[in-house]
Design a binder for this molecule. Structure first.
Ligand code: SAM
Length: 263
């Protein structure tokens, strides 16, 4: 990625003194949409918590398994990706090229890059929208893509742990009311074991201006209703949906789950 918005044709004023969480994810995923300020912060985090690059990879692998489950077994064709970051490195439209995917992010720079990356794809688009207010999307924002369908997969991967319980519960329950029965929610949470093993990194995100809200498995279960947790439960994101796991799960502090609005 070039270091200057005008040079890359997006006409954006980028503040290159401030790291961005989506671009740090991209760096850890091996993408090429990051600046020195993002790499520097990512390396600082890695020094404190050497497994940090796996956080991004494990959540992306979880996303891949969940999307294939929702497509193959649940039959969902339309997806909203909340707090989407950069649509690269195994993001939703790459995993499911036949799906219709609406990416949304609050950061205008991320949205501009997202649009640029997607180009004129007929099945994927990117909008700037506060993903806590999915229920506020107007038909004209989404019907060109979803043609009125509201049986949706709503993806909250790499995103839910930026919000305290009350904010997240309100966002999820409003979204539940808005989507049609049969819709599913996929979410990753940052485990409270991160406070034991990765506290300096959690604190570094806080200092960057992105406080994190770790949760125990029980606390993650508690923020879901009225969404109904699927039989997979809240599991280590690295192992969600895998059968016949015999070895102990190494601690990576990220958990994943899928919940539904019953049909
Ligand atoms: C750590 S990145 C994760 C990106 C992506 N979900 C992933 O897993 O790679 C978090 C993203 O959430 C976005 N974000 C934060 N608050 C948001 C909000 N209220 N609405 C939409 N996006 C938001 C940030 O701009 C950032 O791109």
């Amino acid at each position: 990625m070039h270091a200057n918005g005008q040079r890359n044709g997006l006409g954006l004023n980028l503040d290159l003194t401030v790291p961005d969480t989506a671009r740090m994810m991209d760096y850890w995923l091996g993408g090429n949409h990051h600046f020195e300020v993002d790499r520097e912060m990512a390396r600082k985090i890695e020094k404190m918590t050497p497994i940090a690059p796996h956080w991004a990879k494990i959540q992306r692998q979880f996303l891949g398994r969940v999307l294939r489950y929702l497509w193959d077994e649940v039959g969902l064709r339309d997806y909203i990706v909340a707090g989407a970051g950069l649509p690269t490195c195994g993001n939703a439209h790459e995993v499911l090229p036949e799906a219709r995917v609406l990416y949304m992010d609050i950061n205008p720079v991320t949205v501009a890059y997202g649009k640029n990356i997607l180009g004129s794809s007929p099945r994927a688009c990117y909008i700037q929208h506060d993903a806590r207010d999915v229920h506020d999307l107007r038909p004209e924002d989404i019907d060109p893509l979803f043609a009125g369908n509201r049986v949706l997969g709503v993806i909250y991967v790499g995103f839910s742990y930026f919000f305290p319980d009350d904010v997240l519960t309100r966002a999820l329950s409003r979204c539940y009311e808005w989507v049609a029965p049969g819709s599913h929610l996929a979410l990753t949470s940052l485990g409270d074991d991160s406070l034991k093993y990765a506290a300096p990194s959690v604190e570094a995100y806080h200092r960057m201006g992105f406080p994190l809200f770790p949760r125990s498995i029980a606390e993650t279960e508690a923020i879901l209703p009225p969404w109904e947790l699927t039989e997979h439960g809240v599991a280590a994101a690295s192992h969600w949906g895998l059968r016949d796991v015999t070895e102990p799960v190494p601690p990576i502090y990220f958990y994943g789950c899928v919940a539904r609005k019953p049909a």
